[in-house]
Design a protein around this ligand. Structure first.
Ligand code: NAD
Ligand code: GLY
Length: 363
């Protein structure tokens, strides 16, 4: 294993797994996998954008250590998180003679991770599963915490399971080929961690904007490991989102989901919607007297410096409210929001007046 890899351990009662974060380390993946237990067969699930070089590199590395590998590449994009694709993958595992000793390895972004995780959770009542996330969003969010899912046409992530991986292997160097829009969208989630959980991390981001925007490997390794630790701390306390604690991870998401949905598929990426949503949530918190205007502008300034959108899309307020009422955090039709009361701390706030919400949409 590379000297520079940072290990984040996720401890869930008697179980635990490691997230290894470094750069240019894909060739060391086999040691990590075999260190978690013996393996002689691995099915690597990836997408067509990531297959070469990353999934092939992972396959070569495992093959070099005597693990028989097969690579299955899906079409990139959210449409692949479907029942049809899940069914194709279950069949592929059967054709490849996968059994309960086989591993599933997800190499790709959140789409591949969520889908492959769901397949691993369900095939033969559960196969060991490793994640090799290759988008920033997947490295700081979706590969950590064990949420796996596919979509129904009318509802995203509605079919799924909590199914923790046996390990997560992060190579920050894979981000070099990530399109700029995808990279910046991932930074929206990164800023979120600072606001909700760690004021010092927020300051670190403010002080390292150039290195982060320039995708500096050392800065990225630090950022990713810190985000993974922060998310792991939450997941360790509320793995299945039962106490409400895990909901803090949804800061900016109630507004953000509505913007994402109403802007039309592909126009606003998830992290971009979250960035704008965080600006609205901060304004709402200011209206409710929880934070001051300086908080609102400081958060906005960092998001802008990192190249994220901050302006509310030109969509009628009533449509935005309607979309938000469908959000998972509504309680019997009442809007609830994750709102800050200081940098590094948020709370779930119920029964928010809709007039305040509409006012918070305006800059
Ligand atoms: P994605 O998986 O669609 O990847 C974005 C695009 O980048 C794709 O076209 C992909 O092929 C490409 N790509 C990936 N890695 C690349 C690389 N290194 N170089 C070049 N191109 C690369 O999108 P995403 O943003 O990673 O994930 C979004 C998904 O994650 C959604 O389905 C969402 O529901 C899910 N998600 C899950 C969780 C969770 O906790 N499980 C959390 C957040 C989001
Ligand atoms: N992305 C939110 C969660 O994992 O709970």
């Amino acid at each position: 294993m590379s000297q520079s890899n940072q290990i984040v351990r996720v401890a869930l009662g008697a179980r635990s797994y490691d997230i290894s974060v470094g750069a240019n380390n894909l060739d060391q993946f086999a040691g990590f996998v075999l260190g978690c237990g013996p393996a002689n067969h691995a099915v690597i699930v990836t997408d067509e954008n990531v297959q070469r070089p990353y999934a092939m590199e992972v396959a070569e590395c495992l093959g070099g250590d005597g693990v028989e590998t097969a690579v299955v590449a899906i079409e990139p994009g959210e449409e692949s998180k479907s029942i049809e694709m899940a069914s194709n993958l279950w069949q592929a595992l059967l054709d490849l003679h996968a059994d309960r000793k086989s591993l599933v390895v997800a190499v790709g972004g959140g789409v591949v991770g969520d889908l492959a995780g769901f397949i691993a959770a369900t095939y033969a009542r559960g196969l060991r599963f490793f994640q090799v996330p290759t988008t920033l969003l997947a490295q700081v969010d979706s590969s950590v915490g064990g949420k796996t899912a596919i979509d129904l046409p009318a509802a995203k992530n509605i079919i799924g399971a909590f199914y923790q991986p046996s390990g997560v292997w992060i190579d920050a160097a894979t981000l070099a080929s990530l399109p700029e829009k995808e990279y910046r969208a991932g930074l929206g989630e990164v800023v979120k961690y600072g606001v909700i959980l760690d004021a010092d991390f927020f300051v670190f981001l403010e002080n390292n904007v150039d290195a982060i925007v320039g995708r500096d490997a050392d800065a990225l390794t630090e950022v990713i490991a810190r985000c993974c630790r922060l998310k792991a701390d939450v997941v360790e306390k509320d793995e299945r989102e039962e106490t409400g604690l895990r909901a803090v991870l949804n800061y900016g998401h109630t507004f953000g989901h509505a913007f994402e949905t109403l802007s039309g598929y592909g126009n606003l990426l998830h992290g971009e919607g979250v960035a704008i949503g965080m600006c609205c949530a901060a304004r709402l918190a200011a209206r409710l007297g929880r934070v001051d205007e300086a908080f609102v502008s400081r958060q906005r300034k960092l998001l802008e410096a990192l190249g994220l959108p901050v302006a509310t899309p030109d969509i009628p307020a009533e449509k935005i409210l309607e979309s938000m009422r469908h959000d998972k955090k509504t309680a019997f039709g009442k809007l609830r929001f994750v709102l800050p009361d200081r940098l590094g701390h948020v709370e779930l706030v119920g029964d928010v007046n809709e007039d305040d919400v509409v006012a918070a949409l305006k800059e």
